[in-house]
Design a protein around this ligand. Structure first.
Ligand code: ADP
Ligand code: MG
Length: 253
């Protein structure tokens, strides 16, 4: 139940987007992916989810090279919540969540009790059971993002990949979504912009700059004043939070 990437490279035309990227997400771990806009986070997550093929390097799931695995088989274990996830507005919430079962269903089998159990579990974990029959359009932004997570959970994933899932959420919903992902203890790789949230919730962090890994390790190792200056061009003080001891970043105006 781990994802590993070795020396990944990806190009668009002659433009190099990712170069020699290595990462490991260990079983049950939450790995935060940080980096400025355009540093390659979304490109990397799409490679890891098997939606694009790298031009160099290798991605393995529990040691198995994903270039040798069908996309449907990958989707049976890796769930991906895209940065701009779109949904058919005319569906009910439960129907959106049911889409997560798609990789597990064959052409011949009907809807099973196992499918029902996975959907009910996903609605329950994301606190959407009471809204299951509501129209998608009626959900708030935070509820929609929770429903995208529910769809991913209905996939019964061993690995979860999330691309800036807290964008556009208020701070309460940001924290409750991150807490939920953290509590699931599913191997997860999550692109985040909020560095303090990354420090609070992620076990380890990986920082991209212009398509290359420039730092990786625990939040303590990674979130230094020098790195924030070099990579994000901000002046900041970093000190341990009195609440959890994790590094807390105070930005200087
Ligand atoms: N399909 C594509 N065609 C051309 N350029 C792309 C494509 N996908 C990504 N890029 C470029 O790759 C770089 C990294 O983009 P992206 O992975 O979206 O970064 P991030 O998610 O960190 O903001 C950007 O310069 C972006 O313009
Ligand atoms: Mg992105």
């Amino acid at each position: 139940m781990s994802i590993r990437a070795e020396n990944l490279g990806w190009k668009v035309g002659s433009k190099t987007i990712l170069e020699e990227v290595c990462l490991t997400a260990k079983p049950g771990e939450m790995l935060g992916l940080l980096g400025p806009n355009g540093s390659g986070k979304t490109s990397l997550l799409r490679l890891l989810a098997g939606l694009k093929r790298p031009h160099a390097g290798q991605i393995t799931l529990d040691g198995q090279d994903i270039s040798r695995v069908r996309r449907r088989t990958i989707a049976q274990r890796v769930a991906f919540i895209e940065q701009h996830a779109t949904t058919n507005a005319h569906l009910k919430v439960v129907d959106v969540v049911k889409l997560g079962r798609f990789p597990h269903r064959s052409m011949f089998s009907g809807w099973t009790t196992e499918d029902d159990a996975a959907v009910n579990y996903a609605l329950d974990r994301t606190e959407l059971t009471a809204k299951r029959n509501d129209a998608w359009q009626s959900l708030s932004g935070g509820e929609k993002q929770r429903a995208h997570l529910a769809r991913a959970l209905a996939q019964s994933p061993k690995e979860l990949i999330l691309d800036e899932p807290t964008n556009h959420l208020d701070v309460h919903h940001q924290i409750s979504l991150l807490r939920l992902v953290s509590d699931l203890r599913i191997t997860s790789i999550i692109a985040l912009h909020d560095l303090n949230h990354a420090a609070m919730f992620c076990d380890r962090l990986l920082v991209l700059q212009a398509g290359k890994v420039v730092a990786s390790g625990t939040p303590d190792d990674v979130l230094t004043r020098e790195l924030l200056n070099d990579v994000f061009s901000v002046d900041a003080h970093v000190s341990p939070s009195p609440y959890d001891g994790k590094p807390h970043i105070h930005f200087v105006r």
